[in-house]
Design a protein around this ligand. Structure first.
Ligand code: AKB
Length: 320
C-alpha cells in the first residue's frame, strides 16, 4: 500500500491519456497500487510494470470484480469513443461511452467510499455557446454524439454526486497534444499528427482549415489537471458537472509556423474534411477561471515550449 493508502484502477490505460496518467499515478502512489486495465488495444511494456487486467467497461460485473479483488478506492475512467470516430458510428459511441460511465458510477456507489475521475470535453459546447472565452456555465447543445455523451455524462456525474454523495470529479479537456500514444479518432488529432509527419516526411496534409483555432493543452498539463482535481480538498470542489480547463489557443497555421522554426523545409497543405464542421462548432478559447479559483489550476506549457519538447521526444522515439 502507498503512504496515501490509495488503490487505483485506470480504465482505458492504453489510450492517449490513459497511457501517460497510469505511469504518473504509479510514480506518485507506487506501481503496485495502480491497476492498468485495457480492452481492445494491447499493453505496452511500460504498462506491464505494474498490475494489469483485461476489462470491458460495458460489463458492470467485471468492474465490480476488479474493484473488490484489488480493494480499489479510486477510479480514473478514461475509455471513450472520440468525436470523429463517434460520428461514423453514433450508436456505438452512445453505447460505449454512456454504459461504461454508468457502470463505473454504479459499481462505485455500490462499493462505497470511492473517488472517481472522468474526463469531459470542449465537445459539450455547440450552438448557442459563445466561441471566445466560453464561460463555465454556457449552454450545452453539442454538435456530435461524442459531445452528447459528454454533456449527458456530466449530468449523470452531478446526479451521483448530489443524490448518492459519490465523490466524482471532472474537467472539460481541450485538444490534448502528446508524444507517447496517438489519439484515437478525435477532431483535434491533427495537432498531434502534424509533429509525426513533420519529423518523418517534412509534409503534412491537415484536415482542418489553416485558420481553425481550438483550445489545446500538453499532456503533462493534462495529467496535472487530473491529479490536482483528484487531490483537491472536497470543500474546494463546488462544481460536480465538469470544470473548464485550458492552457492556450492557436490556429493550425500558427502551430505549423512554430514547428517550421525547428524543421526546415516543412510544408503543410490544408484539405478540410467532415471534421471541419465539428471543429467549427467548438469553442476557440475557454474561460477556466473557476478551476483556477477553486482548486488552483494553472498550466505550465505554452505553444513554444510544447513544440520544443514534442520535437525532442518524438525524434528520440522515432529514431528508436
Ligand atoms: C476530440 O477531438 O474528440 C477530443 C476532444 C476535444 O475531446 N480530443
Amino acid at each position: 500500500m502507498s503512504e496515501s493508502g490509495k488503490r487505483i484502477l485506470v480504465i482505458g490505460a492504453t489510450g492517449q491519456i490513459g497511457s501517460e496518467i497510469t505511469l504518473e499515478l504509479r510514480r506518485r502512489y507506487g506501481k503496485d497500487n495502480v491497476v492498468a486495465s485495457w480492452h481492445k488495444k494491447g499493453l505496452s511494456e511500460q504498462l506491464e510494470s505494474g498490475p494489469v487486467e483485461h476489462l470491458d467497461a460495458t460489463d458492470c460485473q467485471s468492474i465490480k470484480k476488479i474493484l473488490s479483488e484489488y480493494s480499489i478506492d479510486t477510479v480514473y475512467h478514461l475509455a471513450a469513443i472520440l468525436s470523429a470516430v463517434g460520428e461514423k458510428n453514433p450508436q456505438l459511441a452512445w453505447n460505449v461511452n454512456m454504459s461504461s460511465l454508468y457502470n463505473v458510477l454504479e459499481a462505485s456507489r455500490e462499493k462505497g467510499g470511492m473517488k472517481v475521475f472522468w474526463p469531459s470535453s470542449i465537445a459539450v459546447f455547440g450552438r448557442g455557446a459563445p466561441r471566445f472565452n466560453t464561460p463555465q456555465d454556457a449552454v450545452l447543445i453539442p454538435s456530435t454524439i461524442y459531445g452528447v455523451t459528454k454533456a449527458s455524462g456530466e449530468l449523470l456525474c452531478n446526479y451521483y454526486a448530489t443524490r448518492f454523495n459519490l465523490d466524482v470529479r471532472s474537467v472539460r479537456y481541450p485538444g490534448i497534444i502528446s508524444s507517447e500514444t496517438m489519439p484515437g479518432g478525435g477532431t483535434t488529432d491533427y495537432a498531434v499528427e502534424i509533429f509525426y509527419e513533420a519529423i518523418k516526411n517534412k509534409r503534412y496534409s491537415c484536415f482542418v482549415r489553416k485558420d481553425t483555432v481550438l483550445p489545446m493543452m500538453y499532456m503533462p498539463d493534462c495529467t496535472k489537471a487530473a491529479v490536482q482535481i483528484m487531490e483537491a480538498d472536497p470543500s474546494d470542489i463546488h462544481c460536480r458537472m465538469a470544470y473548464n480547463v485550458t492552457a492556450m489557443s492557436f490556429s493550425a497555421e500558427e502551430l505549423a509556423a512554430e514547428i517550421k522554426k525547428h524543421i526546415k523545409g516543412f510544408e503543410v497543405d490544408y484539405e478540410p474534411d467532415f471534421r471541419q464542421m465539428i471543429a467549427d462548432s467548438w469553442p476557440m478559447s475557454l474561460d477556466d477561471d473557476l478551476a483556477r479559483e477553486h482548486w488552483g489550476w494553472k498550466p505550465d506549457f505554452n505553444l513554444t515550449t510544447i513544440v520544443v519538447d514534442m520535437i525532442a521526444k518524438l525524434k528520440r522515439k522515432l529514431r528508436a
